[in-house]
Design a protein around this ligand. Structure first.
Ligand SMILES: *[C@@H]1O[C@H](CO)[C@@H](O)[C@H](O)[C@H]1NC(C)=O
Ligand SMILES: [Ca+2]
Ligand SMILES: [Ca+2]
Length: 369
């Protein structure tokens, strides 16, 4: 209880506004992207007790060391098996690209200025890491996620069952549709009465940044930098909004799992899904990558900053330190009225120990895995 009270207090002081039930709703009808405070609240899922400068708290062993060492000791037979249960990867031939935008949908997010960036070639998972992938990781390592250790995670109110919802008395002040749910984790995405049995091919959710790093390390991969992620998102197109171009629904078709309707009260599911979709349910971009925008947000390795140099950068990795990590691509909860972040240049942030029902990841590597 104390944690949640502290949580609400943090948001009150950080944002200077209280967004009570309904009062954020004034924004719902507007079709232009909100600037600053009015947003999906995706960046508000800070765990209490962290405070400024908080780093990942619970992992005492560097997951990169621990899991790559274990990985090195596996037999080739096991490695062969794992090849089938890891995501397929695609070669992304590096080069220069225009990162960010001079026409930011959400200026406060630091989407601009547009700048030339070079990234080296790399391999990238063609899909978000799935529950099946993550299950193979935890069953061979015994890894326990941060949400499982904390005992809770943030779930979007709209997908909770009534019994679970009725037991919750706290919410995030700035984004009341986010509820801390006891027992919510990647195995139980909407709390104890839910499971992933029928969702093994959906993106894994409720994974913290350290959980994502641990998984990628185990697979002999790593998280992408923001620059790599955005280069990959653009799929070889220059200065476009989406991985497929500038039109959200070319020829009336849906190209990503987003939100249709009024956020947060009504999701029409016009694209076929009101929650996550199986990975690769929508068309791939020009590089053969699926769900780069929509479905689940994806962690990157960069610390968050909104200040970017216009000097040409070579393989930028973001600031050396920070309090939040960058996530990219938006999720099935994103709608233009509230979270116009399903664009390649869009970005948002979370503290590394955050986990939620719309946040996942994919991995990259320098070599084919
Ligand atoms: C998983 O959830 C479904 C309903 O979504 C339920 O029918 C099933 O029994 C659950 N499985 C387990 C193992 O709890
Ligand atoms: Ca949808
Ligand atoms: Ca995604």
């Amino acid at each position: 209880m104390a944690r949640y009270l502290a949580l609400v207090f943090i948001f009150l002081s950080a944002n200077g506004v209280v967004c009570l039930h309904g009062s954020c709703g004034a924004e719902h009808g507007q079709l232009t992207a909100p600037e600053g405070a009015a947003s999906c609240g995706c960046d508000k899922l800070k765990r209490a007790g962290g405070g400024a400068g908080a780093e990942v708290k619970t992992l005492t062993v560097d997951p990169a060391v621990k899991y790559s060492t274990e990985a090195n000791e596996r037999t080739s037979e096991v490695q062969e098996h794992e090849k089938q249960i890891h995501s397929q990867m695609v070669w992304i031939s590096g080069g220069e690209f225009l990162m960010g935008t001079d026409d930011p949908g959400i200026p406060a997010d630091g989407e601009g200025p547009q700048r030339w960036v070079h990234v080296d070639s790399f391999y990238m998972d063609i899909q978000e890491v799935t529950n099946r992938h993550f299950q193979s990781f935890t069953s061979s390592t015994g890894y326990v996620t941060e949400a499982e250790k904390f005992g809770d995670s943030f779930v979007f109110e709209g997908i909770l069952s009534e019994p679970v919802k009725s037991q919750i008395t706290q919410a995030v002040a700035a984004a009341p549709w986010w509820l801390p749910v006891k027992g919510a984790s990647w195995r139980h995405p909407e709390g104890p009465d839910s499971n992933i049995t029928d969702r093994l091919d959906h993106p894994v959710l409720h994974v913290s940044w350290a959980d994502a790093v641990a998984y990628c390390s185990w697979a002999n991969k790593r998280l992408p930098t923001e620059a790599e992620w955005e280069f990959a998102c653009r799929g070889g197109l220059k200065d476009r909004l989406y991985p497929w171009g500038n039109k959200l629904n070319p020829k009336g078709q849906h190209y990503a799992n987003l939100w249709q309707g009024d956020f947060p009260t009504h999701n029409s599911g016009e694209d076929g899904y009101v929650k996550t979709s199986p990975v690769m349910s929508f068309p791939a971009n020009g590089f053969g990558l699926y769900d780069m925008v929509g479905n689940a947000w994806e962690w990157t390795s960069d610390w968050w900053t909104v200040h970017h140099t216009t000097d040409q950068q070579n393989n930028p990795v973001g600031p050396p330190s920070g309090t939040d990590k960058v996530k990219k691509g938006g999720s099935y909860m994103c709608h233009k009225s509230y979270c116009y972040r399903y664009r390649c240049a869009a970005r948002s942030q979370n503290t590394p120990d955050s986990s939620a029902s719309n946040l996942g990841f994919r991995c990259v590597s320098q070599e084919q895995r």
